[in-house]
Design a protein around this ligand. Sequence first.
Ligand code: GNR
Ligand code: NI
Length: 167
Amino acid sequence: MAILNILTYPDPRLHKIAAPVEEINEDIRQLVRDMAETMYDAPGIGLAATQVDVHKQVIVMDLSEDKSELRVFINPRILAKCGNQDYEEGCLSVPGVYETVTRAAEITVEALDEHGKAFTLEAEGLLAVCIQHEMDHLLGKVFVEYLSGLKQNRIKNKLKKRQRERA
Ligand code: GNR
Ligand code: NI
């Protein structure tokens, strides 16, 4: 297993669009294991392959307290959405920034697991937020893009400054 490097906003690679996984094989299962280890190490509740510079439609997620509920979504598609909810989001690619985003309250998502088995999941609350946040990453979208241009510029400058200080 390996801990992968997480890209930090405003890295242009976070805006790449992920391709569907054609074949779910041992390489994909290795990627899933490495992404899960990276997510737990961070720690975070979700991670999209885009964030580790792999532009394939793979997401891992675990909302449990004790790493006991790993969920894997390969080639996810939203079949239905309804309602709205506001949630204060964070992102491992935008460290230290927490802002409220409005998303669908309930979603139905269809995806494949790491064995290639299709499943459908109805989600609400934080699970629904997290799935939408991760699916945005696969489309090259970071949650700060829902904020005003002014806020986006402030966040960009803050993160660039921090990266300069660390270099
Ligand atoms: O760890 C994470 N927490 C979180 C909190 C509120 C809304 C979304 C998230 S996802 C985030 C991990 C991450 O950046 N996934 O892409
Ligand atoms: Ni994120």
